[in-house]
Design a binder for this molecule. Structure first.
Ligand code: GLY
Length: 370
């Protein structure tokens, strides 16, 4: 069964289609949006090796011709040199304003290609075909696009909504267990930030969906995407509520920076540890009960996920070092860090009113446990 979550953003509205077999029917899904029956796919080597032929077959079956650019895998691709490469390729291919570009891959490809589409000829349309769990539940929906620079992650970019998102649940079957679990960090985030019932559901069903149950996977993606769509519609350009989606990210981004955006810590792993720390900080400030951070950690443990700083191998900076890495976060306003804190599971809020000392002591204690 294929389900649709509609993202009602006026003239930028679009559907997120979720289910099995969507790549095989990509042509039928995309053809109605095209001004000519050809698309330009940008992907990366790992995804191309596993799924590019199937996508091109699926497009052809719907009467859609395609050309593909295959980039190296990994976070390093989300950078100025590869942005230039994508834009130059699309210009070489004479892609026009009314044409359609396909971002076929995980969050790196989605963010990079979405940004290239945003700036090419002042904006061409694009379809997200996310292949990682993280991209299906978070980065492919909502129109955030961009690249990393030497100063940090996602510091250059734009809001550019896709015209369609095709989240094929079958492709999740080729993810490594580690990549799947990292993406699951973002799924758990949705329950923690705004839906205690969904978090209960994840506690019941998380292990079975990690083991491969496609119906449960589709349900987890659908509920996550619906929550994201609701928040994006309320606050498309992150003037307020959308920052809730960054639960766990202020800590997580600092940990990613501290580990050099390397294999030592994947983004979703940083988010999972960051969620545990955000609940720890909330409990310390008396906002939620002491049991809540324990329950967050227990679920991450049940899912065999990283949840503590001791789960990160190698050296980490001290608490002051981590705090200064947080200062580069995009959520800094007038020099004050904005945090997403929680009054309980499923009840998060955005605040700039967090004493630096409390953050520092949560970090110092977490570091001391290593
Ligand atoms: N990943 C956070 C957002 O889309 O706002």
């Amino acid at each position: 069964m294929i389900e649709t979550v509609h993202v009602p953003l006026g003239e930028r509205a679009y559907d997120v289609r979720i289910g099995q077999g969507l790549i095989a029917r990509a042509g039928a899904e995309i053809a109605p949006l095209l001004s000519r029956p050809r698309v330009w796919i940008v992907t990366e080597e790992t995804v191309a090796g596993l799924h590019l032929a199937a996508l091109q077959d699926g497009l052809r079956a719907g009467g859609v011709d395609s050309a593909a650019l295959v980039l190296p895998p990994g976070e390093g691709t989300k950078s100025w040199p590869h942005l230039i490469r994508v834009v130059d390729w699309l210009l070489d291919e004479r892609v026009e304003r009314r044409d359609m570009v396909l971002a076929f891959g995980g969050g790196v490809i989605g963010d990079l290609v979405g940004f290239a589409a945003a700036i090419l000829r002042r904006g061409v349309r694009f379809v997200q075909v996310p292949t990682s769990l993280l991209a299906q539940v978070d980065s492919s929906v909502g129109g955030k696009t961009g690249i990393n620079t030497g100063h940090g992650k996602n510091l250059v970019g734009s809001f550019h909504q896709p015209s369609l998102v095709l989240a094929d649940i079958d492709v999740l079957g080729t993810l490594t267990a580690r990549d799947f679990r990292a993406g699951y960090g973002e799924v758990a985030k949705y329950g923690l930030l705004g839906d205690a019932g969904f978090f209960d559901w994840l506690e019941q069903n998380g292990p079975a969906l990690a083991a491969g149950d496609a119906a449960l996977r589709a349900e987890a993606v659908r509920r996550s995407v619906q929550m994201k769509a609701d928040i994006v519609v309320r606050d498309e350009t992150e003037q307020g509520d959308r920052a809730l989606l960054n639960l766990g990210h202020t800590f997580g981004h600092a940990l990613e920076a501290a580990t050099g955006y390397s294999d030592r810590l994947l983004h979703g792993e940083g988010v999972a540890i960051g969620c545990a720390l955000a609940f720890e900080l909330s409990a310390r400030l008396g906002l939620c009960s002491q049991e809540d951070p324990s329950r967050v950690r227990a679920h991450l443990a049940q899912m065999q996920m990283k949840r503590d700083l001791s789960d990160i191998e190698g050296e980490l900076p001290d608490a002051d070092g981590l705090l200064s890495l947080m200062g580069q976060d995009k959520k800094v306003v007038d020099g004050r860090l904005r945090f997403i804190l929680a009054r309980g599971i499923g009840d998060s809020f955005v605040t700039a009113d967090v004493p630096g000392d409390a953050v520092k002591s949560v970090l110092a204690e977490a570091l001391a446990m290593r």
